[in-house]
Design a protein around this ligand. Structure first.
Ligand SMILES: [Zn+2]
Length: 474
């Protein structure tokens, strides 16, 4: 099978353009909406009021949910930012992500002997991302990014007309206490951009990444006072803690309360962005709020995210608000790869063939059978259906099976009770592994070109330090 994403490759150093619509000229008399996609990093679905949480973490999102579109069963394609956001932008279940050895980078990061095995993420450039398609059909596109995985030669900033990297060593200096630009700073940059647009009639698409809910949990005082009732120590680590490192009940409560306070902070920022964007233009506005993955608080014995593909990490919130969006609670299964096609449909842009996602905001596809979500990380792969969540450990060749109908949090492995279901999933994983292997082969073949491209971009040492501080560089 010809790998689909490879058909979308951008020739290196060549600007690829597609042409959609008569003469490619955007129709300025149209009523296409402005669109904002807010991605709250590490936000668990089940810590929002609209999804049943019992603390007031999300008053604004709850109010949007009352008049908007809420997806009850949305799944991310990864439990770590790189894979999840690459799937979001490319609508590919196995997005073309490569890990380039830092030792081969000539600019900025040189690496010592011990560092030769270290890698840094880069997305192979493909021109059919939904932001590039929006840009080529007349949208002004801008990204406000503060996750170090979206560093300047990661390929992510390149898919926007303008990308503001509020990452340490790029356009921003962080502190030890807070290793990313806080949400208030992000929102200020965004609202400055809105106010300074030269052509306010041009429709825009804005991507806003908020890191506040990601560890370390350091909520502003106003929110800390409202949510944190327990004295404790933040024992966050991205691992299964040893007995010595295990948070005490008070520590765990303190961490969760601090996490909740960050969610309330993010909720207030989304309100500010929404209100300011609505009055910034006469165009209608569509707001989408989601997350790239959740965070674990010993649900499966661990803390953090990125090591497992359990439900608390893959189930994400997905809320859509806008005049053209009919209010509804959608129970059908949707994926991160469906967001791009949904936004293209709203903007009237044809959806490329070969994408894994399908549009779901206007309405769910009729008579859909066997819809599944796929997630992938290191040796793990998962497939989720409305009935099951199966996780395959490739090295051990073992499958964990959760019965979604009877065990909605995925705490019990029932693989031994359903041998024929496990056999079916084993077959499916074997097919998906071929797709994944093909992607990885293609990416490996391009490594020399990728290194050349990355070496054409400068990186500052602070960026590497930042990646290490957040655990993204080994
Ligand atoms: Zn993330």
């Amino acid at each position: 099978m010809f790998k689909r994403w490879s058909a979308f490759l951008v020739p290196f150093f060549v600007c690829s353009q597609i042409c959609i619509g008569p003469g490619c000229a955007p129709d300025r008399q149209d009523n296409r909406p402005n669109m904002i996609l807010v991605l709250v990093d590490a936000l668990r679905r089940d810590h929002l009021g609209l999804y049943g949480y019992d603390k007031p973490t999300s008053p604004y999102l709850d109010s949007l949910a009352g008049s908007g579109l809420v997806f009850e069963d949305a799944w991310s394609q990864g439990s770590q930012t790189v894979f999840s956001t690459a799937s979001l932008f490319t609508s590919q279940l196995f997005p073309p992500i490569a890990f380039a050895p830092i030792s081969r980078l000539s600019s900025g990061i040189t690496g010592s002997t011990e560092e030769t095995a270290k890698t840094i993420n880069v997305m192979v450039p493909i021109d059919l991302t939904f932001p590039t398609l929006l840009s080529e059909t007349g949208y002004a596109t801008a990204a406000f990014m503060n996750n170090p995985n979206h560093h300047r030669f990661s390929g992510f900033p390149d898919i926007f007309d303008e990308a503001f990297l509020l990452i340490d060593g790029e356009e921003f200096s962080t502190t030890d206490e807070l290793p990313y630009a806080d949400g208030a700073t992000m929102v200020r940059r965004l609202t400055d951009w809105l106010a300074g647009r030269e052509d306010p009639d041009q429709p825009f698409f804005v991507y806003l990444h908020l890191m506040d809910v990601h560890n370390p949990y350091r909520p502003p005082d106003e929110f800390r006072k409202r949510f944190v009732t327990t004295a404790g120590i933040d024992r966050y680590q991205n691992a299964v803690p040893t007995k010595e490192d295990l948070p005490s009940p008070a520590d765990l409560k303190f961490m969760i309360e601090s996490y909740d306070a960050e969610i309330a902070f993010a909720d207030s920022l989304i309100k500010e962005v929404h209100e300011k964007a609505e009055v910034s233009s006469s165009r209608p506005l569509v707001l989408v709020v989601t997350s790239d993955h959740g965070d674990e608080f010993l649900d499966h014995g661990g803390l953090g995210h990125g090591r497992t593909l359990e439900m608390e990490l893959l189930r994400v919130p997905l809320i859509v608000s806008g005049e053209s969006i009919a209010p509804r609670n959608e129970k059908g299964l949707v994926r991160m790869v469906d967001v791009g096609p949904s936004l293209l449909e709203i903007a009237g842009v044809p959806i490329p063939s070969g994408w894994d996602g399908r549009p779901v905001f206007r309405s769910m596809p009729a008579s859909e059978t066997n819809i599944e979500s796929v997630a992938n990380y290191a040796r793990l792969m998962s497939v989720t259906t409305t009935e099951w969540h199966a996780i395959w450990d490739r090295q051990a060749d073992s499958i964990v099976l959760h019965d979604r109908l009877n065990d909605p949090e995925g705490l019990i492995d029932v693989a031994g009770d359903y041998p024929s279901v496990v056999t079916d999933f084993r077959q499916r994983f074997s097919e998906l592994a071929k797709d994944r292997a093909e992607m990885r082969r293609g990416v490996r073949d391009m490594m020399d070109d990728l290194i050349r491209r990355m070496n054409a971009v400068e990186i500052r040492e602070e960026t590497e330090e930042q990646l290490r501080a957040l655990g993204y560089v080994d």
